[in-house]
Each structure stands twice: as C-alpha cells, then as structure tokens.
Design a protein around this ligand. Structure first.
Ligand SMILES: [Zn+2]
Length: 184
C-alpha cells in the first residue's frame, strides 16, 4: 500500500514508504487505554517532493497520555543525529490521535511552526503527520508548515483519492484555501 499527500498548487508531494506505514500502524490508539505515541520522520532525499522513508519513536522518556504527547527532546535529538550519520534527514514529526479522522490541534500546529522556525535547517517546510485509528493512511492528516505558511495536504492512495479537512469533510484538493493558521 502506497499513500501520498499532495498540494498541486505548492508543488508538494510526500509519499509514505511501506516500511514507515508498518511502524505507524502499530502505534494506532485502538483500545481506550492506548496512549498517544509519536516521533520524528526522515527522508533520504528531503524536498518539496519526497518520500517519508523512516518513522521512528516513541522513546521511553516521552510523556504520553490518552490525549497528549510530549516528546523527550534529548532522545529525539540523539535519534536525529544518529540517523543523519546514515543519510537520513529530519523532515517533520508524527503522532497519534484516538480518532478515525484525526486533525492537528491548534497546539499541534503551533509546535510544528515553532520547530520550523527554531531548528537549524534549509528545508522549505516541515511536515506533521497525525495518525488516526483507521488502517488506511489516506485517512491520516498530513500538514506542512513552511515559508508559505501552513497547508493541509490532500491524501491520495493507489485505490483513489480522498481528503479530510477539519471535521472530516472532503476538501477535494483545494489546498490554497487551507493556508492560514486555524484551530484543528
Ligand atoms: Zn495532537
């Protein structure tokens, strides 16, 4: 299964490697006591069109609850450094929500914005992938935060394309409407 998220207007395209999908599927919050999980995302060749090759985390010292996830920064930093040594570049983060149609919260949006502004990098954007309870990655939300502001991308899978904006309605590829900061 290959999934991708696109914004034609901004010429963004992020596809998710099957190996990364495997990792993310395992951390879905399927039972009521499952806590949020998350971690960094990496690509061998980062850019506006790239493959998310690796999803790592969660780390033992992360703070995780049913509706909260605070990464343990030193663990994440060590992971990023270690992966950089093998040619993998940090491109963003993922975390789970206990919902079949997950959307980034306003807090989530702020955290990726701060990360983008405060990190030392030369990327046009950082991405944030919210992994929901559905097993089809096309139902997960991928947003990008960068020089162009924030945009929620349109999910596509081999079997067709669908997109879910805030509240789960279809946004049908009209990503330029999604630019401005909004509460999720
Ligand atoms: Zn969240």
């Amino acid at each position: 299964m290959m999934s991708a998220w696109v914004c034609e207007h901004l010429e963004l395209r992020y596809s998710l490697a099957p190996k990364a999908v495997e990792v993310l599927l395992k951390h879905r919050q399927l039972r009521w006591k499952d806590r949020e999980a998350g971690g960094p995302l990496f690509s061998n060749a980062p850019g506006r069109r790239c493959t998310i090759d690796v999803a790592s985390g969660p780390f033992p010292q992360d703070r995780r609850t049913r509706h909260g996830y605070i990464p343990h920064r030193p663990s994440v930093q060590a992971d990023i450094l270690q992966k950089h040594g093998s040619g993998l570049h940090f491109i963003g983060t993922w975390h789970t929500h206990p919902s079949p149609r997950p959307t980034a919260s306003s807090l989530d949006a702020r955290s990726i914005l701060n990360l983008y502004r405060e990190s030392d990098h030369d990327l046009d954007a950082f991405i944030m992938l919210i992994v929901g309870t559905d097993g089809d990655p096309a139902t997960w939300e991928l947003s990008a935060q960068g020089t162009f502001g924030k945009v929620v991308l349109t999910a596509k899978s081999l079997t067709g394309s669908k997109a879910f904006g805030a509240g789960g309605h279809e946004i049908d590829g009209k990503c330029p409407d999604q630019y401005s900061e909004r509460d999720g």
